[in-house]
Design a protein around this ligand. Structure first.
Ligand SMILES: [Mn+2]
Length: 329
């Protein structure tokens, strides 16, 4: 018998059959006993234009049934070295923004209290703010952020401070992010004002525009990203709109000139060694998707993140001497 939760055996129940959970793992009633909790955040009340990311978790679950057990490059078997499950969706409120943010934070705090690493599937990018409120409740964290947009705007439509274009400004203001340990990769597209990214840079955040990635290459940029994040606790936020809309059209704010899905996989693999305290894949908006390709990209990035987190968990476990205080995760 396996020590850890296993995906439903595809030789016993074909992958198009049965209920759809993330990676075909068991649906757990809570994060108790889990090293890694896969959690859906079906909420897009922060979306300023094309809504639909509330449907993301369900479609990513569906496409994640295509994932298998072994990472073909590293040979890693995430489900054999860490206890992982789908813990379902956090409770949301589709018609009350402030209540929704509170519910998401509460849901994530519960996962953190069990000592599990949360891997979240949004939802729009505002969902990352309440996730960070839970993850960084004691100390500010660093962040490696893949996106077409900086998401550090101030207000929108009057004085509204909470939209999917503002989460990281709020997170810095609230002391959740250490801006000097934040790097944003793949930023591009037209902006509202010439100085739109000045605030982020003034805080010490590093913005790597898409043009710079093209010039330097993914490996060089990721080496810098790992250096910026350092050894401290780091959150990874993956906005699916960092990928070019020809490969990920199902998103609210598409920008051409983006990453290929292959580059996205390569970048996430190059996070190996970063101390990941939580991660998300956000902004998959199925109503704009074609044949599920964006949800498939999201599910595959989630698998890559799951492999990284599982490796980290397994390493920290073997580093722990029985009877000792235990190695930090
Ligand atoms: Mn974003």
């Amino acid at each position: 018998m396996d020590k850890f939760n296993q995906p439903i055996d595809a030789a016993a129940v074909p992958r198009f059959a049965g209920s759809t959970t993330f990676m075909r793992l068991p649906l757990a009633p809570s994060a108790a006993g889990l090293d890694i909790a896969l959690v859906g955040i079906p909420w897009d009340g922060g979306t300023t234009n094309r809504a639909g990311a509330r449907h993301g978790p369900r479609e990513v679950r569906s496409q994640s049934t295509l994932m298998r057990r072994v990472h073909h490059v590293s040979g890693l078997e995430p489900f054999s070295i860490a206890q992982i499950a789908d813990v379902g969706d956090v409770s949301v409120n589709p018609i009350d923004l402030h209540d929704a943010l509170k519910r998401i934070e509460n849901g994530l705090s519960e996962i953190i209290a069990h000592g599990s690493i949360p891997l979240c599937v949004g939802g729009d990018h505002l969902t990352t703010l309440p996730v960070l409120r839970a993850v960084a409740c004691r100390n500010a964290v660093g962040m490696i952020h893949f996106d077409a947009h900086s998401d550090t705007n101030d207000t929108y439509f009057g004085n509204n401070p909470f939209t999917h274009g503002t989460p990281f400004r709020r997170a810095v203001e609230e002391g959740l992010l250490d801006p000097k340990r934040v790097v944003q990769i793949g930023i591009r597209g037209s902006i509202y004002d010439p100085g739109e990214h000045d605030w982020a840079r003034e805080q010490g955040m590093r913005i790597v525009y898409m043009e710079e990635v093209v010039r330097r290459g993914v490996e060089d940029v990721m080496a810098e990203a790992r250096q910026i994040a350092g050894n401290g606790p780091t959150y990874v936020s993956f906005d699916i709109d960092c990928i070019d809309p020809c490969m990920a059209p199902g998103t609210g704010t598409p920008e051409i000139g983006g990453f290929t899905t292959r580059e996205a996989q390569q970048m996430v693999r190059l996070l190996d060694g970063v101390t990941i305290v939580g991660a998300d894949v956000v902004e998959v908006a199925p109503p704009f998707d074609i044949g599920g390709i964006t949800a498939l990209a999201g599910a595959t990035i989630l698998f890559e993140l799951t492999c990284l987190a599982a490796k980290q968990v397994s390493k920290s476990r073997t580093a722990t001497v029985p009877g000792s205080a235990g190695a930090p995760r």
